[in-house]
Write a protein that binds this ligand. Structure first.
Ligand SMILES: *Cc1c(COP(=O)(O)O)cnc(C)c1O
Length: 421
């Protein structure tokens, strides 16, 4: 179900015409649909119906406080990867017992903050991290619940920059060494083993790599139990892909993913945790931009737009594809032209699409990047002194700015010029 549809010739976010938002906040901006966020969260709830489970939203994909508060009220937990994300989750009212702490480089300070504020578990990624957590927990007189993230050596068959479960990746402890790692964890004071964690990558478009990983986790569960460890939780990470190209075949659905989980680990008597990010937030957001100029090129014409790689880094960073559509609905059968769609930044990498067929659009027209809710706003920077763009949240016919565009003065005022210059 798509909550971004043309109505009366204008692309809407739920019941709000994007042209209304553009008139009110200016371009470029991100806009998110609460209906899509809710629907995607509930798809996972349905997919895991019948087994004990917790869904922790991978908030690194989209971490605006309004979005976190909304998902938290639906009952979502959070998967956090930094002290800042932990602070955001708590500020959004998510209780510590629904927050899991992931990431390869948790600092002692981050560990202490989470132990004091409440945490469901730490997903531990190395022996030195385990030892650091043991020291921090002991000094605070508490016990830290942990899983060990195992690297199952499975090829996730996704982009190399977001593949995380293959031998040689920086993540987790090789599954072949899991036995020793768990023995080490069990021997450390202040550490309580509660389960196993695995996360093999992001934007997976097939179920087979998940299946290979989860079958290994099931075997490991039996083995670790026979070695005397309590394995009552399996954290199966995130990573289910979304359809970025309408014209392409769709990745597996949450319901199929849920069935796979039940088949692989459903009879182990464990609580299952999942950490979806992109599948909840990706198709819940658009980036809306205006065309500044149409420039004749040598063969292909350029659409020079007011969004750039600092606002949406995915195309420059991963060569990622986003469907790009005009906000004013093209007439049926309207002629298409090939455009290179580029931002104003002084780098050739600031290219969103090459030779993309688009209905004719002109200077001043609005265009929308689909599937921009995940890893969009959160990766933005102020490169070229372009202020972070606003985020807008829609519910039905209401919309609100959930992060305002800073003024140039506000942007400049964050810097301090020492007196001695
Ligand atoms: C990034 C990440 C996720 C979320 O991945 P998606 O592909 O957005 O679902 C979940 N868990 C961990 C540990 C991650 O690093």
């Amino acid at each position: 179900m798509d909550h971004f549809l043309y109505r009366n010739g204008i692309l809407h976010a739920e019941d709000v015409p994007l042209s209304d938002i553009a008139a009110s906040v200016g371009t470029p901006f991100y806009v998110y649909s609460t209906a899509t966020l809710e629907r995607h969260f509930k798809l996972f709830e349905e997919a895991l119906d019948g087994i004990d489970h917790t869904i922790c939203f991978a908030m690194k994909s989209l971490s605006n406080q309004a979005v976190l508060t909304f998902l938290g009220k639906l009952g979502a937990g959070m998967d956090v990867v930094s002290g800042g994300e932990y602070a955001r989750a708590i500020a959004a009212g998510v209780p510590g017992e629904r927050i899991v702490f992931s990431g390869v480089g948790k600092t002692r300070q981050e560990m202490a903050t989470a132990l004091k504020g409440g945490i469901r578990q730490f997903n531990i990624e190395s022996e030195p991290e385990m030892e650091a957590l043991s020291e921090v927990a002991t000094s605070l007189g508490v016990e830290a619940p942990v899983t060990v993230r195992v690297n199952p050596d499975v090829d996730a068959k996704t982009h190399e920059k977001i593949s995380t479960g293959k031998k040689g990746d920086k993540f987790g402890i090789p599954i072949s060494r899991a036995s020793e790692a768990y023995a080490r964890a069990a021997a450390l004071p202040g550490i309580k083993v509660v389960g196993i964690d695995v996360h093999i990558g992001s934007q997976l478009t097939q179920l087979e790599p998940f299946e290979a990983a989860y079958l290994k986790v099931a075997d490991l569960t039996h083995q670790l139990r026979s070695e005397g460890h309590e394995i009552s939780r399996l954290d199966l990470g995130g990573g289910l892909g979304i359809p970025y190209e309408r014209s392409n075949s769709a990745p597996p659905l949450p319901i199929e993913y849920g069935a796979l989980i039940k088949r692989c680990v459903g009879d182990l008597g464990c609580e299952v945790e999942i950490e979806p990010g992109r599948l909840i937030s990706g198709n819940a957001g658009l980036l809306v931009s205006s065309v500044i100029y149409v420039k004749d090129g040598d063969g292909t014409d350029f659409l020079i737009i007011d969004a750039a790689m600092n606002d949406l880094a995915r195309p420059a960073m991963y060569g990622a594809h986003h469907d790009i559509v005009p906000v004013v609905e093209p007439a049926p059968g309207a002629e298409q032209r090939a455009f290179d769609i580029v931002g104003p930044i002084c780098e050739s990498g600031d290219t969103f699409a090459k030779a993309r067929n688009m209905p004719a659009v002109g200077a001043g027209d609005l265009i929308a990047f689909r599937s921009a809710g995940a890893y969009g706003a959160v990766m933005a920077s102020e490169y070229n002194s372009r202020p972070l763009i606003p985020e807008v949240l829609v519910k039905g016919d209401q919309f609100d700015v959930i992060r305002a565009r800073p003024t140039f003065d506000e942007m400049i005022a964050r810097d301090k010029v020492p007196e001695w210059i």
